[in-house]
Write a protein that binds this ligand. Sequence first.
Ligand code: ZN
Length: 243
Amino acid sequence: MNGTDNFGWIAVFAIAAAVVNGAGIYAIYFNERWAERAKGWLMCFAAGVLISSPLMFAFPEAVKKNPDAGFAALGGFLFMFFSNKFIQRTAGERHLAFGITAVEGIAIHSFVDGVIYAVTFSVSLLIGMVSALGLVIHEFAEGAITFSFLLKGGMRRKKAAMFAFFVAALTTPLGAFVAYPFVSSLGPAVLGLLLGFVVGVLIYVSASHLLPEAREHEKGHSTLAFLSGVGVAIVMLFARYAR
Ligand SMILES: [Zn+2]
C-alpha cells in the first residue's frame, strides 16, 4: 500500500513551495537587507530539518522496504556530487552566461525538489510532512539566490524576478506532478530504493549546499537556527511515538 491518497498533500506542499520561492524573490526585490538576513536563518533552519528527516525518518523506512536502499542512498549522494561538478564546469567555460548556467542548475534542482514531494508522500504522510517542512522553508533562499544569480548575469531587475519565478518556483510543482503518476504506481521494493536515493540527495543538499552557504554569510543565531531545525524534526519523531 503506497498511500496514493496523499496526492492532495503533494499538491498543497508543491504549490506552497512555489509560493515561498516567489516570496523569497519578492523580499529580495523590495527589501534586500532584510531578505539577506532572513535567508541565512531560514537556510540554517532548513538544513537542520533536512539533515535530520532523512536520517531519522526516511532512511530507516527505505531500508525496511528494501534492504539495498543504502546503495541507492549512496547513488543519490554521488548523483548530486557529480551533477554539481558538471554544472560548475560548464559555468566556468561560459563565463558570460554565468547567471544563466547557474540557473539551469537551479531549474534541475527545483524539479528534483518536486520529485522528492511525490516520493516522500507516497511512502508515508509523516515522512512527507517532515521533509516538506524543510523543503518549503529552503525555497525562500532558493528564490532569492536565483534572482541574485540572474542580476549578476546582467539581467534587468524586473525580468530577473520573473525569470527566477519561472525557473526556480514553477519547476517544483512541475516535478511533483510529473513524477506522481509514475511514483504512485511503484511497488514497495522499488519505492524503497527511490526513497533511499532521495535520502542521499537530501543529505547532500543540506550538508554540502545549504550549510556552507549559510556559514559563508554567518550571522548571529545561525547555529541556533540550525539546531531549531534539528529540534523540530526530533519533536516530530517523538510525536509519532506518542500517538
Ligand atoms: Zn531546493
